[in-house]
Design a protein around this ligand. Structure first.
Ligand code: NI
Length: 168
């Protein structure tokens, strides 16, 4: 199992729209294991394939207390069940060190496939509902900073660009 490199904002590759997974094979399973390893190594609760520069619709999430219940969502989509919105302070492994309040639908239904291609549905609440929407955004090339003011977004971009220059 490998730890994959996580792209950081404002890397333009994070804006790529991911393609649906069509082949459910060993390569996919091995990649999903690498995604889990990468997510745990980075102390994250979710990771989209886009963030490791693989532009396929694959998400791993673990919102359990002991980090021992990774959930895999392939080709995920959501239906919004009512108009209730929920505010949550979101962070992102691609925007390290920054947290901003984002408002999203609270009651959703997820439809996705597992690593074997079996379709399942889930009506999550709490953090999982927030997290899956955040991760699906990644697959569509969107980031949580797209929901905040351009002034705040530019401030975050400048700080991260400075860090990237110092690391280079
Ligand atoms: Ni993220």
């Amino acid at each position: 199992m490998a730890i994959l490199q996580i792209l950081e904002f404002p890397d333009p590759r994070l804006r790529t729209k991911a393609a649906p997974v069509v082949e459910f094979n060993d390569t996919l399973q091995a990649f999903v294991e690498d995604m889990k390893t990468t997510m745990y190594d980075a102390n994250g609760i979710g990771l989209a394939a886009t963030q490791v520069n693989v532009h396929q619709r694959i998400v791993v999430i673990d919102v359990s207390e002991n980090n021992d219940n990774a959930q895999v969502f392939i080709n995920p989509s959501i239906d919004v069940l009512d108009e209730l919105m929920h505010e949550y302070d979101e962070g992102c492994l691609s925007i390290p060190g920054f947290y901003e309040t984002v408002k999203r639908p609270e009651h959703i239904r997820i439809t996705a496939q597992d690593v074997h291609g079996e379709t399942f549905t889930l009506e999550p609440d709490g953090v999982l509902a927030v997290c899956i929407q955040h991760e699906i955004d990644h697959l569509d090339g969107k980031l949580f900073v797209d929901y905040i003011s351009s002034m705040k977004r530019n401030r975050i971009r400048k700080k991260l660009e400075k860090q990237h220059r110092q690391k280079a």
